[in-house]
Design a binder for this molecule. Sequence first.
Ligand SMILES: *[C@@H]1O[C@H](CO)[C@@H](O)[C@H](O)[C@H]1NC(C)=O
Ligand SMILES: *[C@@H]1O[C@H](CO)[C@@H](O)[C@H](O)[C@H]1NC(C)=O
Ligand SMILES: *[C@@H]1O[C@H](CO)[C@@H](O)[C@H](O)[C@H]1NC(C)=O
Length: 276
Amino acid sequence: MKWASHVLAILLFINEICRSCSLTNLRLTVPRAVRVGHSVTLQCDYDLEEAPLYSVKWYRNSDEFYRYVPKEAPPTRVFPLPGLHVDVSVSNARKVTLLSVGRPLSGLFQCEVSADAPLFHTEMKSAPMTVAVVPDGVPAVTVDRAGLERGGPLIAECKAPPASPAPNLTWYVNDQRVPGSTSASIIKDSELLDTANSRLELTGVGGSWGAIRLRCEATQFRLYRANSVEVEVKPDTPQPASVLLMGRSLNGSSTLINSSLITCFFTILVHVEQFW
Ligand SMILES: *[C@@H]1O[C@H](CO)[C@@H](O)[C@H](O)[C@H]1NC(C)=O
Ligand SMILES: *[C@@H]1O[C@H](CO)[C@@H](O)[C@H](O)[C@H]1NC(C)=O
Ligand SMILES: *[C@@H]1O[C@H](CO)[C@@H](O)[C@H](O)[C@H]1NC(C)=O
């Protein structure tokens, strides 16, 4: 009992003299995505105030791959992981550079910093990083014109070049974004690349409405953004006044999109009807 109170007194004392010996403000900078085969520098910044640094450890999904301990010689240690090559010459206590990153490296990256004795204060932060295969080319839009001539709905398909992960697809009708149309069905190929497909269905696009311009945009994080060629559709057959916008969700079920676009089409329709 007596020694316990002594220990407590010592700890309080250390805490008092070491009020500013703390590790604060850990900032982790990891890009959300990086192209396969490229290099990337991950940054881990912190304020140590008066505490000495004990160690900096880097993990990918809980596997340690890099450690910096200034007291050790050499201070740097690298642990092997598939798809990982640390450039030790440009890595230090605040950053680690990975060369020619491979796809298996995608995951959660964590930096853990510990201050030295007496408090061994430890802080950590993590962020996801995806090693991406960027699409080669632009998305393509095809329209089922035969179906439209038979008086059917306007059905268009957008297909993006193979990539990993699949890019997000967004439809634009007369330059207006179609909300909720980003979902797509995805097909995996032999190289484990994903091909994104999205289907747009417009019914009631009567002849009196004039031409409709369709375009599809594919985006992959901040690495890739490309538009399809704009397709103009001029429906010949006037249609009744029902407007329905369909997008296909990831699990194959259709979703009805309630959008400003519908209001817009209705407005145009009402407008036209008042004229005739
Ligand atoms: C697709 O969009 C979602 C939602 O905005 C985003 O979280 C995700 O990272 C995007 N995926 C790609 C491959 O850009
Ligand atoms: C699948 O479809 C159902 C019904 O439309 C929806 O509630 C659910 O969120 C969808 N799941 C995914 C993963 O898209
Ligand atoms: C569609 O949008 C309108 C107004 O934005 C809202 O009042 C209505 O409840 C929505 N309908 C559905 C089915 O979400």
